[in-house]
Design a protein around this ligand. Structure first.
Ligand code: FMN
Length: 263
C-alpha cells in the first residue's frame, strides 16, 4: 500500500511539473526594420533559450529614413501594412516577449497589423522596444488599450544609439523580473526630486544636446548609484512648453548619455 501511495505521489509530482512547464512556455515575437529591436529580441531568446520569430511586412520598407516616415504616416492614418503569415501556433505559448521599434511614439505599424490579426487573449505580454529617444511608456499604454484581455507586464526599452548596452541591461531585466535565474544586485531607488544644481543642469545638456531633438532645461533631478557610475532622473522643461522626464547615465569613465525620454 505504502509503495502504491509513493508511486501515486511521484506521478502526481511529475504531472504537476509538466503542467508548470507548459504553463510557462514563452516565445519572442518581434518586428525590426533596422536591426536594433532584433538585437534585443535575439538577446532575450538566447538567454532564455526560447523560440524567436520575426514579423515580416509583405512589402519591405525602404532603407531611406524619410521614405519610411512617409509610408509610416500613411499607414498610421489607417492603411496598415500586410504582413507574412507567422507560422507559429500561438496557443502553444502563454508568455510572449513582444518587440517593436517605436514609430511616432508607439509600436511600429507592422506590429499593429500583427495585433489586429492575432488572438493574444489570456496571454502574458512582455513588451520590449528600441527607439531614437523614447516611447516604451507610451507604447505600453497603447498595448494595454489594444489588448484589454492580455496581461501587459513591465517592459524594456533601449535607444538605437546604445545597442552595446543591451546584453548587460537584458540580463538585469530578465533576472530582476524573475524570467531568468542567477544573481543580480537590485538597483537602489532614486533620491527624491530636488532642484537641479548648475552642475547637474550642465550634465543634462551634455547628455541630450548631441541628439538634436531635445531642447529642454533641467529643473529637478533624483540620483542613484549604479555599477560603474551614477544614474539621474531629470524633470525638464521643453523650449516648446511642456515637461519631459529623462534618464541619464554618467559613467565614472566616459561621457554622460541619456537612456530614455518619457513624454
Ligand atoms: C517611421 C519612423 C518613426 C519613428 N518615430 C520615432 C519616435 O516617435 N520616437 C523615437 O524615439 N524614435 C522614433 N523612430 C526611431 C526608431 O524608433 C529607432 O530607429 C528604432 O531603434 C528602430 O528600430 P529597428 O532598428 O528595430 O527598426 C522612428 C523611426 C521611423 C523609421
Amino acid at each position: 500500500m505504502k509503495k502504491v501511495i509513493i508511486a501515486m505521489l511521484a506521478v502526481m509530482a511529475l504531472v504537476s511539473c509538466a503542467g508548470k512547464g507548459a504553463a510557462s512556455k514563452a516565445i519572442v515575437i518581434y518586428y525590426s526594420q533596422l536591426n536594433s529591436t532584433k538585437a534585443v529580441a535575439e538577446q532575450i531568446a538566447s538567454k532564455l533559450d526560447i523560440p524567436i520569430v520575426s514579423i515580416e511586412p509583405v512589402v519591405p520598407y525602404d532603407d531611406d529614413f524619410n521614405a519610411t516616415i512617409q509610408r509610416g504616416q500613411k499607414e498610421m492614418a489607417g492603411a496598415l501594412p500586410e504582413i507574412k503569415p507567422l507560422n507559429v501556433k500561438l496557443e502553444d505559448y502563454d508568455v510572449i516577449f513582444l518587440g517593436y521599434p517605436i514609430w511616432f511614439g508607439t509600436y511600429a505599424t507592422p506590429m499593429m497589423t500583427f495585433l489586429k490579426e492575432a488572438n493574444l487573449a489570456g496571454k502574458k505580454i512582455v513588451p520590449f522596444c528600441s527607439f531614437g529617444s523614447g516611447g516604451l511608456n507610451t507604447s505600453v499604454n497603447d498595448l494595454k488599450k489594444a489588448l484589454p484581455d492580455s496581461e501587459i507586464l513591465p517592459g524594456y526599452g533601449v535607444r538605437a544609439a546604445r545597442v552595446d548596452a543591451i546584453p548587460a541591461e537584458i540580463d538585469y531585466f530578465l533576472k530582476s523580473n524573475g524570467y531568468l535565474g542567477g544573481d543580480f544586485t537590485p538597483l537602489p531607488d532614486f533620491s527624491a526630486q530636488a532642484p537641479a544644481t548648475e552642475e547637474q543642469k550642465a550634465l543634462f545638456h551634455a547628455a541630450v544636446d548631441s541628439y538634436g531633438m531635445i531642447r529642454a532645461e533641467a529643473e529637478s533631478v533624483g540620483v542613484r548609484d549604479i555599477p560603474g557610475g551614477k544614474e539621474y532622473f531629470f524633470t525638464a522643461r521643453e523650449a516648446m512648453g511642456g515637461t519631459i522626464q529623462v534618464y541619464v547615465v554618467d559613467p565614472d569613465s566616459g561621457d554622460p548619455e541619456f537612456t530614455q525620454v518619457l513624454r
